[in-house]
Design a protein around this ligand. Structure first.
Ligand code: SF4
Ligand code: SF4
Length: 226
């Protein structure tokens, strides 16, 4: 029906990475609804399907294929906002959860649930929050071992003395490696990129996820210069 022009766009909603990949192999979809939050990415909760890397592959594939992700359950049904219910024993704020989702490749929008107009107003105050309030790097303290050493694009390691947007450079690199040609183009338009890194090590000492970022910058530069 899409070929005939009857159906204009196809959206898919699923909780399972293997199902999403199987459908995307056969059908050109335009958007995906997917449940994303740190709990699901780290294997906690009813809809926590797929390992952390498997889930990350969905995000990267969507970005590469031009499929916009709309996030459902950004607070894990509210559990992440309550220390007693959170699988990590610590509460996050709605704003940290929203930023976490928006940092994922492919994500265009986040749909939190709200029960009143005042809750909507509160959520919309996301746009007025400071970088400190949006910083979710505390999740590194409960990340599983397989997430260690992998950049989550959070930019907690800023500021870089030469002005590299470290999270963005890493995101473009990861996307380039899965075949996203546009990511390479975007990378090349950055004012500062991995070739400007002076290996000062500031990011290494600041990264709560154990990423050896100064080495990674060399790796990224070699790849992107190729
Ligand atoms: S290197 Fe670490 S702190 Fe910097 S963006 Fe990546 S994960 Fe975040
Ligand atoms: S090591 Fe490179 S990327 Fe990291 S803070 Fe220093 S100059 Fe910036």
């Amino acid at each position: 029906m899409k070929d005939e022009g009857v159906v204009k766009h196809i959206g898919l909603s699923s909780h399972t990475p293997s199902v999403i990949h199987r459908i995307m192999d056969d059908v050109e979809i335009d958007m995906l609804m997917f449940a994303i939050n740190p709990a699901y990415d780290y294997g906690h909760g009813d809809y926590a399907h797929g390992e952390v890397d498997e889930r990350a592959e969905v995000y990267k594939r969507c970005e590469k294929d031009g499929v916009g992700i709309t996030v459902m359950k950004p607070f894990s049904g509210g559990q992440l906002l309550d220390a007693k219910q959170s699988p990590f024993g610590k509460a996050l704020t709605p704003f940290q959860c929203i930023r976490y989702c928006l940092d994922k490749p492919g994500v265009l929008s986040v749909l939190p649930g709200a029960q009143s107009v005042s809750e909507v107003d509160e959520l919309l105050s996301y746009y007025n929050r400071t970088e400190e309030e949006l910083d979710y790097s505390v999740i590194s303290s409960f990340a599983p071992p397989q997430a260690n050493g992998k950049c989550v694009y959070c930019n907690h390691c800023k500021p870089c003395p030469v002005g590299i947007d470290i999270g963005l450079v890493n995101k473009y690199y990861d996307l380039a490696r899965v075949g996203d040609a546009l990511a390479i183009e975007h990378y090349k338009t950055l004012e500062k990129n991995a070739s400007d890194c002076i290996s000062c090590g500031h990011c290494d000492s600041r990264c709560p996820f154990g990423v050896k970022q100064s080495l990674r910058m060399q790796e990224i530069n070699a790849y992107m210069d190729y």
